[in-house]
Design a protein around this ligand. Sequence first.
Ligand SMILES: CSC[C@H]1O[C@H](OP(=O)(O)O)[C@H](O)[C@@H]1O
Ligand code: HPA
Length: 242
Amino acid sequence: MTTLAIIGGTGLTQLSDLTIINREQLDTPYGSPSAEFVTGELNGSRIIFLARHGNPHTIAPHKINYRANIWGLKQLGVEQIIAVAAVGGITCEMAPAHIAIPDQIIDYSYGRLHTFFEDEAVQHIDFTYPYNQKLRSRLINAAATANIKISPLGTYGCTQGPRLETTAEIQRMERDGCDLVGMTGMPEAALAKELGIDYAAISVVANWAAGKSEGEITMEEIERHLHKGMANTAELLKAFVG
Ligand SMILES: CSC[C@H]1O[C@H](OP(=O)(O)O)[C@H](O)[C@@H]1O
Ligand code: HPA
């Protein structure tokens, strides 16, 4: 049986529907992962859960030890990852609380430890399709089963954070072709690909990106929209594993 992991981000530090079987703290050659790896049953299926920012949420996006997280999951035999990430919505379909299954990435982050291939013979992985197409299709089908409206495509732009973007930055990202903006999609997706783990993402829109609505972005609106978006995400995940 394929071992599936779910990585939770902002608004998803734990899966409330998970029946916990085991919690494991791991060390890796790359240092400590963000949190303990939680094994449990979700809708009758065995999964491993990891809180990307720690539990409680204390690790900023640029401080996450992405290599330790992905290495730890590989050590536990994980072959597939569904990553859940809060995002800002850039294009008009990506309204707050909406869910998208992105198909492309543009990486604007910098200075992150972003590869496992440093000290040995250089390896260049193919990254034409950063997200696994079969996992994406399964997520899209699961959304239909659970009757949740989603966008089946979208380009995710990964910024450095932790600050949010300026209006001009978002305008430039839109010209580049980004539909969504977040801070953690990279190097997470590329590291999974380097280790041969199938990876797909659920992007949950927390707010209109900077300059796409009146005024400034508030944490209050982010929390409100995420509350709704994460309730749908929980249903989507149950349909996906069920
Ligand atoms: C204002 S919330 C920003 C925070 O939320 C996202 O986290 P994650 O991708 O782990 O859900 C975003 O990337 C930022 O880290
Ligand atoms: O507006 C945003 N920008 C970057 N990351 C985010 N995560 C949630 N909202 C945002």
